[in-house]
Design a protein around this ligand. Sequence first.
Ligand code: GLY
Length: 401
Amino acid sequence: MNVQEHLTSEQALWANQMTAKIIEKLLVVRERSAVKIPSGAIDGVHDNKLTEQGPLGRTKTFWTNGFWAGILWQLYSVTQDMRYAEIARYTEDILHDCLSEATGLATHDIGYLFLPSSVLDYKLTGSKHALNDASVAANLLAGRFNPVGNYIRAWNGKTLPGFAPGDSEMHTAGVAIIDCMLNLPLLYWASEITEDPRYRHIAMKHADMAIKNFIWEDGSVIHIVEFDPETSAYVSDFGGQGYQKGSSWARGQVWSLYGFTASYKHTQKQEYLETAKKIAAYFLSNIPDNGLIPEDFCQPAEPWVQDDIAACAASCGLIELAGLVHEKEGRTYLEAALNMLRAIDEKSADWSLGTDGITMRGSTAYHVRDRVHGWNKNYIYADYFFIEAVLKLKGQGVCIW
Ligand code: GLY
């Protein structure tokens, strides 16, 4: 269905008001953070991944380092204000360096790094430099494919801290994670640009593998699966950033919901659409009445751990999915997305011009509670997806996924 035609005039007005607020705030924030790559705001001030070393380590290649550029490029797309482009390219110049240092640093998150930065730059400006960087990134992602298990390897070296209790150390050569579903659009993009189907074939093999190994019958998903990288035999699955093994990490639901929606959009394979709908049905049936999303749908009632990142990214996925289905289903997805976005605006957003973040209650992992990556704080990717969702409601911005 056509999303814009189905918004009520009041909903359309709300989306316009949000856009105005976003632009008003970003005009100030962009100058304060012009020479930073923020991963979020602490006490109202953007941190800088280039100078600060958080407990999760890594600076230049920290997996969310593409999202600040993504915010700037999305706003460039609606304003044509070159200052957004200038600041976004500050990030891109630094990410460019990462490509030449990539051995051992690049992970599957190279999609999250380069889709909102170089791919978006290329889509908007045709920059040859951005095209080159995004193409190298796509090749690095494709190079992580294991043809024995048909999965894209997630990480290198040791696993990150903060996983669910009982998660043992994994052999990362055999580890695939559900988050990778939203890295696949880098491969779809590469096939479209090069007219070479190999990238798409790899993406589809991974998506097919995910359907078999990550999605439960009820539409809930597993965060992490370990395979034997020599034989493809299943070794174990893990609760990862969720509450525990077998629980339902909300952001895992979201990466798969949006990832299968994107995979359907790029390939027209019906099974991907059916999978996206199944995950969406589970997600919708678990949204609390107040529209605020928990870190894990199976977490205990207390303490309340909220994840605005999941709410915002799910809204993007649902609005995109609404555009691919018939009216009855589409309306349900659209209303759920609006419910979550409005809940963020009313109960979680900070529109003050003196602070750098917008969404105030994201959480990266149920078992991580430190000041930098802990509970109920601002994260750059929550803000990115909030902005993407609002623009998507208006039929504006650029879909990079
Ligand atoms: N992709 C990692 C996360 O969602 O935290």
